[in-house]
Design a protein around this ligand. Structure first.
Ligand code: NAD
Length: 824
């Protein structure tokens, strides 16, 4: 790996040094140094340390709630002030450190009514409410002190020794930073971050947003209250004007935003930077300081939405302004409600399913229902097709540049939402991190490639046998395209139809699999909506298993539908093709596979093992192109088998969100049952298990079988799981014969040291795709992807998409008076 130079290199090393066990050693050393600091430092330095610790505690505590949620809570002053005031009230009565605990409790208690009041409010409304509240409390206290008790302030009975105070604050600061780290790493942290953008995404993470909001708000207020309570003894005379000083809110927010609220270190860096500046400059240049502070806040919010720590070039001002415009135009009508149920996307409107019917969306790794999805019926599907029918003409007539622009914008949004999209894939399908990252990244290229299609839908000017006639053969959008997608690669398999169909001027009705209604459907709807697709041009309907047939019927047979793009099992594809045939609809079918990986005796063994492991077991083998049959020449068979078994032993199986995991859960219990049944059947009929063979909870071990014969189910049927059959063959001819002994014909691969021989063999394999010296699993956005025999009909990808989603129209122009037989 190439090492970066200069400060980048230092940063890189620093990060490396801060991982795992080393991080604990560093943290302990830092804490030790901070703890002994008061013994070594001068009184001024300890005072400065005190102030900085308070800043760090406040900024981190504020960020716990406001930062990740992107809520701008100005309540910091209220909570801080309540803590300070509590110390003033209880300082004489209770022994140290009870006043701090009381301050923390008071902050948390005050935050509860605010939190509950603000639960359903979006960021700006929330900020106004909390700021109003802190001002109200401040003025009430001042009024009470001056008019009722006659004291403007209170003499603190408690006067703490500087070092005790320092250590008290150190504990609170450490608690605040530790909470930020723990929170960020937990599901709650992810949920909180999601709440700031879109509450439904928090639900997707399996957390109840309201509970998380109130709890974290109270935690952050408690830490702020404790900081206020601890710092109060620094003053000998506590003035409510100071205790409830709203300037503290602004300072805290600026500190946290300056450092960056996306990482726990951000507020710490911001607090130390600005804390130092304020301590040194505040007393000297108070007013200049305020002006500078205000300017910094404005610049930070506009120019660095992710603060110093999260600065990324592509997310600078322009992007922010566009996002704000989008939010204003589309989100505000649903203004006060933060919470959005998942809804169907029809005619540009998000709407509920009839009678509010829903079905569960389940996380395969945990078995939990993490959210509920609207369940459309046939009538809903009809409305969606009609909305598409209304929108198709105007969209189809739009200039290519306009359509390409919107599709390109979708690619940008896709890239921006990358982390979200990856997380969703793991939650909804059990995709391991590598698979999720690959799929989301691939889709950016796929959408970009689709954006080039409006310019590629060219026609021909052809000669004519009639004098004076000019023939034009031109490409026109088909009108309405129905897209039905499966669950295994929901983003790719949805987008490879939706993006080109839209780019080429069609309106689309999309129905994702009921296993992946969010990844395969509703999220795609959100991205294209934000990109500016006009109402009705993309419609997304989700439905429960029980309604699939009725909804599917409408999507195939409705008179307005021009083309059906279906990816899924061969059985379903065949049923849909029959219906399409009866209604004379064009249908593109991408179906199942039973792909062979042929390893010839001159192959690079290391490459063969890698290609077999990836091809057979990536995404638990739930890939249409999976290399489920290894056909290896006799002389290499033993070595390949033993090295592949060793390799499988190194693949970690388990929690898909762990970056080390290679094998995640099987996406549905039905699928798991089918895999188990195939393996049991093979074993019962005499197959030998070289590796794996068992289910473990929702997981199935990577399984390598030998001795698989035609009487076994897994010889002919698609297992669609991590099960590979290894067969030793006499020679290349036998390999080709066995490779073709299947009703499928999607992908195949040949590993050989002789590329020419590989290419010659490739031509003898009955398959839509053959890769020489690669795995069976490979796709590119511009390549014609599809199978023969039972694997499908038609192609997706590149120019094939033009064939699929446009029709050719013959228009001629007669430039001379033509003479017909009836003319005299
Ligand atoms: P599936 O056939 O059960 O479902 C695919 C889609 O069809 C889903 O959206 C489902 O809701 C819908 N559907 C089911 N019955 C329907 C009906 N009667 N009318 C209309 N729609 C209906 O397949 P799956 O289990 O989701 O996916 C796995 C299959 O997909 C495997 O066979 C795999 O090989 C195949 N696949 C093929 C490709 C390819 O490009 N060739 C890619 C991925 C997956």
């Amino acid at each position: 790996m190439r090492l970066r130079g200069g400060p980048g290199r230092l940063w890189h090393r620093g990060r490396r040094g801060l991982r795992g066990k080393r991080a604990w050693v560093w943290a302990a050393a830092l804490l030790g140094a901070l703890a002994v600091f008061p013994f070594l430092a001068s009184a001024y330095q300890v005072a400065l340390g005190l102030a900085l610790l308070a800043d760090v505690a406040l900024a981190s505590a504020w960020t716990l709630f406001s930062g990740p949620t992107r809520y701008l809570s100005l309540a910091a002053a209220a909570f801080y002030g309540v803590g300070a005031y509590t110390t003033a009230l209880t300082g004489g009565a209770a022994a140290w450190p009870l006043p701090i605990v009381a301050g923390a409790a008071a902050g948390a208690l005050l935050s509860l009514p605010v939190g509950l009041l603000a639960l359903r409010l979006r960021g700006p409304y929330f900020a106004i409410l909390t700021f109003g509240l802190s001002e109200l409390v401040r003025h009430t206290v001042i009024w009470y002190e001056s008019n009722v008790t006659g004291t403007v302030g209170r003499v603190l009975v408690l006067s703490l020794e500087r070092r005790t105070l320092y250590w008290g604050l150190l504990v609170i600061a450490v608690l605040a930073v530790a909470s930020a780290i723990l929170l960020r790493r937990s599901r709650w942290g992810l949920a909180l971050a999601a709440i700031g953008g879109d509450e439904e995404r928090a639900e997707v993470l399996g957390v109840r947003p309201t509970g998380v909001k109130v709890a974290v708000f109270a935690l952050s207020a408690a830490l702020m209250g404790a900081t206020g309570a601890a710092i109060a003894p620094r003053w000998t005379y506590i003035d409510p004007h100071i205790a409830f000083n709203p300037l503290i809110s602004f300072q805290v927010i600026i500190m946290a935003l300056l450092g960056g609220v996306g990482r726990p270190a951000g507020p710490v860096v911001g607090a130390l930077t600005l804390g130092l500046l304020s301590e040194v400059f505040l007393l000297q240049f108070r007013y200049v300081y305020m002006i500078v502070l205000g300017a910094v806040l404005i610049l930070v919010v506009l120019g660095l939405p992710h603060g110093i720590m999260g600065w990324r070039a592509e997310e600078r001002t322009e992007d922010l302004v566009r996002r704000l415009r989008w939010a204003l135009a589309r989100r505000i009508p649903r203004r006060f409600a933060m919470r959005r149920q998942h809804q169907l996307f029809i005619g540009g409107e998000w709407q509920d399913a009839p009678e509010g019917r829903t079905f569960p969306d389940v996380n395969p790794a945990t078995g939990e229902t993490f959210t509920r999805i609207p369940a459309a019926d046939a009538a809903t599907a009809r409305r969606a097709v009609e909305a598409a029918e209304r929108a198709r003409t105007e969209w189809g007539e739009l200039q290519p540049a306009a359509r390409a622009g919107i599709v390109l914008r979708a690619a940008q949004i896709w890239e921006r939402r990358r982390e979200d999209l990856e997380r969703m894939l793991t939650t909804e399908t059990g995709a391991v991190r590598a698979k999720a990252g690959f799929e989301v990244g691939y889709c950016t290229d796929l959408i970009r490639q689709a954006a080039s299609l409006p310019y590629q839908a060219t026609g021909e000017v052809a000669p004519s046998n009639v004098s004076g006639k000019i023939n034009y053969f031109m490409r026109k959008p088909v009108g309405v395209v129905s897209v039905v997608s499966p669950w295994n690669f929901p983003y790719i398999l949805t987008l490879r139809a939706v993006a080109p169909a839209l780019a080429l001027g069609n309106a689309v009705v999309l129905k994702p699999s009921e296993e992946t209604p969010l990844a395969g459907g509703l999220l795609v709807g959100e991205v294209f909506e934000e990109a500016g697709v006009p109402p009705g041009v993309l419609n997304v309907i989700t439905c429960a298993r029980a309604d699939v047939q009725a909804v599917g019927d409408v999507m195939v047979t409705h008179p307005a539908v021009g083309v059906v793009s279906f990816t899924g099992s061969t059985a379903t594809g065949r049923a849909l093709a029959e219906k399409a045939g009866r209604h004379l609809k064009r249908i593109v079918l991408e179906l199942g596979g039973k792909s062979p990986l042929i390893v010839l005796e001159d192959a690079d063994l290391d490459l063969a093992v890698s290609a077999a492991a990836f091809g057979g077991f990536f995404h638990q083998g739930q890939i249409c192109m999976a290399a489920t049959r290894i056909l290896v020449e006799h002389s290499l068979a033993d070595a390949l088998a033993s090295q592949l078994v060793d390799k499988l032993g190194t693949l970690k199986m388990g929690d898909p969100s762990d970056p080390q995991t290679s094998i995640g859960p099987i996406t549905s219990p039905t699928q798991l049952e089918k895999i188990r049944a195939h393996v049991d059947d093979a074993v019962a009929k005499g197959a030998k298990v070289l590796a794996g063979g068992h289910a473990r909870g929702p997981y199935f071990e990577p399984t390598l079988l030998t001795g698989v014969t035609p009487d076994m189910r897994c010889y002919h049927e698609e297992t669609f799981g991590p099960v590979v059959a290894l067969t030793s063959v006499k020679n290349a001819d036998e390999a080709v014969r066995l490779a073709n002994d299947t009703s499928y014909g999607l992908s195949a691969a040949i590993i050989t040291g002789d590329p020419k021989r590989g290419m010659a063999l490739a031509e003898r394999i009955q398959s839509g795709i053959v890769h020489v010296n690669d795995s069976t699993v490979h796709d590119e956005p511009h390549a014609p992807f599809g199978g023969i025999k039972g694997s499908g009909l038609g192609r997706h990808g590149g120019r094939a998409a033009i064939e699929a989603f446009t029709e050719i129209r013959w228009v001629s122009l007669q430039t001379e008076r033509r003479h017909y037989p009836f003319d005299r």
